[in-house]
Design a protein around this ligand. Structure first.
Ligand code: BTN
Length: 325
């Protein structure tokens, strides 16, 4: 089926919000004959959609395939800009790499790169990010804010807030944020965020925000060494979740917070972030490349830098570290 026709057909079902759409309406909406509609419906079935057909009422989608695609992300997307350009691939080495190339080629702000699987997913501190096929959200978003290089970490904290808000909106979970941007449930990691910067002189050229979200993994989908440190939304709720819907909600929450940030600066974002943070006002250990700092996390400053008060009363600024609570 031509991708334009498929989008129109899926759009018609999306507009009906789970209800029936008559064959007549579908043929008018996508501009083809009733016989052609029937053929397109059969194509959707072959691709894993389950549809119910009832005489006089028409068709309705009862189950969507557990796949992410360009269409699944775009249809029903409520943003003004974020996610309007989707670069989707089945398997990539890292969505970050592709997003960097697209950004260099002038991709518009809000462009996303999404893959079903990454063979070489990148994590913070040069770690690997485990990204098996068909279970999680492996996504990189390109933004081009007109901000100074030092302000870039603020966007990482903003993204963490957007993802927590989206998870809270769609699932019953109430995640925590561990500085700077790990999203946890019951102390186990659900989401990782990797922010990479392309800058010219002292201005940001583009920021690539990479998000890895464990959505539908069972325990056996994780390698043994991650069993006690990682979790998925499925493991915490015993349900399978629609990844495309989660992506849409994340993009919407991100867009709202990003507009607030561009209009009013980091202050309102900082307040929201602090509301979700588990690492504040507690004794913590921060392992940085320059050594370990032990003390009490007393907050973040206006640049998003973590402040730790050590036993001698001095306050250390932590720009990048692994945190142990
Ligand atoms: C972390 O170490 O916590 C950050 C993990 C970030 C993983 C995401 S998955 C999508 C994007 N592509 C990558 O290669 N990494 C990020």
């Amino acid at each position: 089926m031509q991708s334009g026709l498929r989008s129109k057909l899926l759009e018609a079902f999306s507009n009906a919000e789970g209800g029936f759409v008559s064959g007549q309406k579908l043929s008018e909406y996508i501009g083809c004959s009733r016989t052609a509609v029937w053929k397109h419906i059969e194509d959707l079935r072959k691709d894993g959609y389950e549809l119910e057909a009832v005489r006089r009422l028409g068709y309705r989608i009862t189950k969507k395939p557990n796949k992410i695609s360009d269409n699944e992300i775009k249809i029903g997307l409520k943003t003004m800009k974020m996610g309007h350009h989707v670069h989707f691939e089945e398997t990539v080495s890292s969505t970050q790499k592709i997003a960097q190339t697209l950004a260099n080629e002038g991709a518009e702000e809000g462009t996303i790169v999404v893959a079903e699987q990454q063979t070489n997913g990148r994590g913070r501190m040069a770690r690997q990010w485990y990204s098996p096929s068909g279970t999680g959200i492996w996504m990189s978003l390109i933004i081009r804010p007109n901000i100074a290089v030092q302000a870039a970490p603020q966007l990482t904290l903003l993204t963490a807030v957007a993802i927590v808000q989206a998870i809270e909106e769609i699932t019953p979970l109430k995640p925590d944020i561990k500085w700077p941007n790990d999203i946890l449930i019951n102390g186990k990691k659900l989401v990782g965020i990797l922010t990479e910067l392309q800058a010219e002189a002292d201005r940001v050229h583009s920021i690539i925000i990479g998000t890895g979200i464990n959505v539908n993994q069972s325990i056996s989908d994780f390698p043994e060494e991650l069993h006690h440190v990682a979790t998925s939304i499925h493991l915490e709720t015993d349900k399978q979740w629609d990844r495309a819907q989660l992506i849409q909600e994340i993009l919407l929450k991100f867009e709202n917070l990003y507009s607030l940030y561009l209009a009013q600066g980091f202050r309102p974002i900082k307040l929201l972030w602090e509301g979700y943070a588990v690492s504040l006002q507690k004794p913590i250990t921060a392992r940085t490349i320059n050594g370990t700092v032990v003390g009490k996390a007393i907050g973040i400053n206006d640049a998003g830098v973590l402040l730790i008060q050590t036993s001698d009363g001095s306050v250390k600024q932590i720009y990048s570290a692994d945190i142990e609570l």
